[in-house]
Design a protein around this ligand. Structure first.
Ligand code: NOJ
Length: 432
């Protein structure tokens, strides 16, 4: 096929583009996971309930994706559906996701599959969840089952979505289940998730090797935030940005591409594999302004603000995050030294006004197009999200979808921005 095809190890594959979702945010009735219990306790403003009822409407949703011309779709498997009780496996879940894969196949859409997207089975949480190193074995047992079952459909696996965002909200800020606020706990989880990725990476490659020669590409979806010092003349602010950027953005990638985890003064360790990323999965949304702070309760001695300070006025999304497409350009350049293709697993905006979403898509895809022209290897772009959905602690308020969901009738309505995404991605693919 003429047009842009991704260099390096994705050579055989054309640009993957489309949109993304995650099970708990769209499926509805994920009653066996820790988020569901958290919601029932009243810990968040809204309960996910039936969400978008994607669990039952996936055929309709995939037909819609197809009508938009998407070539790929990212979604997550819900561990708590497969294994609602410890070591009790629910065949209905296997059948269900089997139908999901069939439906994607029928519609000619390449699946990009996430194994862990913020939710855990309740029993796993009760066993201590990610705080205990030995619990990684439970995760791997689930990974083995689903990879053995669905490997024939999948080339692209994402082991863990946004590990650091997850551990921040769940183990440091205490805003997500299990609601823990502890540096010690957060550090443990940091390490256990890192290992879980390496272990799952190896397992997936082993399983594919045993069964077939089909290529498989494994990564994680790493949230990446552009960071700026509040006061560029303040050394303290600059040091804080440097350390946060390193911890939040780079440390996982550095460790997973070198096999060496180095945490100055505290820790250094060799991982079981030297290289455990086949591409760099990236979620990019925003810019943060960082001010150093000695206040207790601030993470890593920093005040993080979405306030733009001197650059004001600035455009923001519905949740107040600053819109900053230049951050995507600079991130794509900064990823070059890793010598791996980049798959943008998430990029998007929650907006009440779809024109703002159109501008967001245009400016961010422009950043991708220029980066490709500059020689950055970008494997694909997946907009977050296909449809409006349950935005965790923020409930259903933020509207991220290129497809609008009417939560009363659950009807879907394609927004104009969806067509802009299609037009621009097609253009991008056609470029030499
Ligand atoms: C990243 C997360 O993976 C996703 O679950 C969330 O909805 C979006 N960011 C928007 O906040």
């Amino acid at each position: 096929m003429p047009g842009y095809s991704v260099p390096d190890r994705f050579m055989h594959h054309t640009f993957l583009w489309g949109s993304a979702t995650s099970s708990h945010q769209v499926e509805g009735n994920n009653v066996h996971n820790d988020w569901w219990s958290w919601e029932q306790k009243g810990a968040v403003i809204e309960k996910s309930g039936i969400a978008c009822d994607h669990y039952r409407r996936f055929n309709e949703d995939f037909a819609l994706i197809r009508s938009l011309g998407h070539t790929a779709h990212r979604f997550s498997l819900e561990w708590s559906r497969f294994e609602p009780k410890e070591n009790q496996w629910d065949e209905r879940a296997f059948d269900h996701y089997g139908e999901v894969f069939q439906s994607l196949k029928k519609n000619g859409i390449e699946p990009v599959v996430t194994l862990h997207h913020f939710t855990n089975p309740v029993w796993f949480h009760e066993r201590g969840g990610w705080l205990k190193a030995e619990n990684n074995a439970y995760f791997l047992r689930y990974v083995r089952r689903v990879v053995e079952t669905y490997g024939k459909y999948v080339k692209f696996w994402i082991t863990i979505n946004e590990p650091i965002v997850y551990l921040y909200y769940s183990y440091l800020a205490g805003e997500w289940p299990p609601g823990i606020k502890s540096y010690r706990a957060a550090w443990k989880v940091f390490y256990h998730l890192l290992l879980a990725h390496v272990q799952a990476y190896r397992l997936i490659h082993d399983l594919y090797e045993q069964k077939s020669a089909k290529p498989v590409y494994v990564s994680l979806a790493k949230h990446w935030t552009e960071m700026r010092p509040d006061n560029p003349n303040s050394i303290a602010d600059r040091v804080t940005v440097f350390s946060r950027d390193w911890l939040f953005n780079r440390l996982y990638f550095d460790a997973l591409t070198s096999g060496f985890l180095f945490y100055p003064g505290l820790f250094c360790e060799y991982l079981p594999l030297r290289q455990s990323l086949d591409f760099l999965g990236i979620n990019y949304y925003t810019l943060q302004r960082i001010r150093s702070s000695s206040k207790t309760g601030e993470w890593m001695g920093a005040m993080v603000e979405h306030a733009p300070g001197a650059d004001s006025p600035v455009e923001r999304n519905q949740m107040g995050w600053v819109i900053h497409p230049e951050g995507l350009s600079s991130l794509l350049k900064r990823l070059r030294p890793y010598h791996l293709p980049v798959l943008i697993c998430e990029n998007g905006i929650c907006a009440e006004n779809d024109e703002q979403r159109v501008r967001y898509i245009q400016s961010h895809l422009q950043a991708v197009t220029s980066a490709i022209a500059d020689g950055v290897s970008v494997a694909g772009y997946l907009y977050w999200s296909l449809m409006d959905n349950f935005e965790w602690a923020h409930g259903f308020g933020p509207r991220f979808g290129i497809v609008e969901v009417d939560y009363k009738t659950l009807q879907r309505k394609i927004r104009p921005s969806a067509y802009v995404l299609t037009e621009l991605c097609r253009k991008l693919m056609a470029q030499p």
